[in-house]
Design a protein around this ligand. Structure first.
Ligand code: SAM
Length: 323
């Protein structure tokens, strides 16, 4: 719709997570979906097969934490066998990565996004509620060792929480072939933590990085996401900025999302969803599922309506939608 071609499906494999990040966990605590409410693997595979026949080429597994779902590796192997699906990626918090990295690689994943909002173990505990910084760091090292490429580190930019570390994150790119991506904090979900005082725009982050040198833009490639990528001269890695609030990228958005409870969502920041699970479990034919996917694509909003002051925020839980 609006001349966008939809080629990318993000799948929340589970809403369960082994971290409780302050900004992602609802105030009243997370009510987990029961196992039968999660879309089953064979249902996900069926949706992906149909979606691929409609032009989806790339899938990202996310959550919640995808690596906590039982038998995820054999699911990934089955996914990798779908003809026409050329690119399978994973977003993880990294806690279980070191132990699964090798098997993930064998199963067909080469490209990883790892979320890490701080380089300080004690702050990691404050943000996530779990003392697991060392495990995440081991996961990143293991992924480097095994040659995953690219490895992108997602840093949610939180004013007054981790803005004193942006320089340290960016400095990593001088010696490590990582892409450090600063993500603007979005008013989504029920954490109640979002307020204008915690939000920091990509332009302000760039300003904070100036002491490290001049950032040079890196041209985007076809399957690159919405990040604007830069590099410091001589750096081996790169720095990316994802700016859903200050620079809408809706006109280039090529994504659909399948939530952990089997709803199809055409925009992260709009609560409009199509219930595929109910139809999958009531005998819908592939043709009918295909029509529902097409309708969802045709109804994809032209742009999200969130304002820089947080107005128009949406209420879905990030872990169910798949961040
Ligand atoms: N458990 C996996 C992980 O940690 O990467 C995947 C799911 S997590 C919801 C995906 C990403 O969404 C993480 O990088 C997380 O920091 C980000 N995220 C969650 N809530 C956010 C918000 N309100 N604004 C911006 N990013 C957010």
């Amino acid at each position: 719709m609006f001349a966008r071609s939809i080629s990318y499906l993000r799948i929340s494999l589970t809403d369960h997570c082994n971290l409780r990040c302050q900004y992602c966990t609802p105030q009243e605590g997370r009510v987990k979906l029961a196992n039968e409410e999660l879309l089953r693997y064979e249902e996900i595979l069926r949706v992906v097969r149909i979606a691929v026949s409609l032009g989806i080429e790339k899938v990202r597994l996310t959550g919640g934490e995808p690596l906590v779902r039982r038998d995820v590796l054999s699911f990934i192997k089955d996914l990798a066998e779908i003809p026409g699906l050329t690119d399978i990626r994973l977003t993880t918090n990294g806690v279980l990565l070191a132990e699964h990295a090798e098997a993930l690689k064998k199963a067909g994943i080469n490209k990883l996004n790892i979320s890490l909002d701080t380089l300080r173990p004690e702050r990691f505990f404050q943000i996530t509620g779990v003392d697991a910084f060392a495990k995440v760091w081991d996961g990143i090292s293991k992924a480097r060792e095994l040659g995953f490429s690219p490895i992108k580190l997602n840093v949610v930019a939180l004013k007054g929480v981790n803005d004193d570390e942006f320089i340290d994150f960016a400095r990593l790119t001088f010696t490590e072939p990582l892409q450090i991506r600063f993500i603007e904090f979005m008013p989504i979900g029920a954490s109640g933590m979002w307020n204008k005082g915690k939000y920091i725009s990509s332009a302000e982050i760039m300003e904070l990085l100036k002491p490290l040198g001049a950032l040079e833009p890196v041209p985007a490639r076809r399957m690159d996401g919405p990040a604007r990528i830069y590099r410091f001269p001589e750096a081996v890695g790169s720095v990316g900025f994802i700016s859903p609030i200050s620079h809408h990228f809706c006109d280039r958005c090529n994504r659909l999302r399948l939530t952990s409870e089997g709803r199809l969502r055409s925009c992260l920041l709009s609560d409009q969803e199509t219930d595929l699970k109910q139809r999958l479990r009531s005998g819908a034919t592939d043709e009918e599922i295909r029509d529902l996917i097409v309708k969802t694509i045709l109804n994809k909003p032209k742009g999200h309506t969130i304002l820089p002051d947080g107005g128009g925020s949406c209420h879905g839980q990030m872990s169910r939608i798949g961040g």
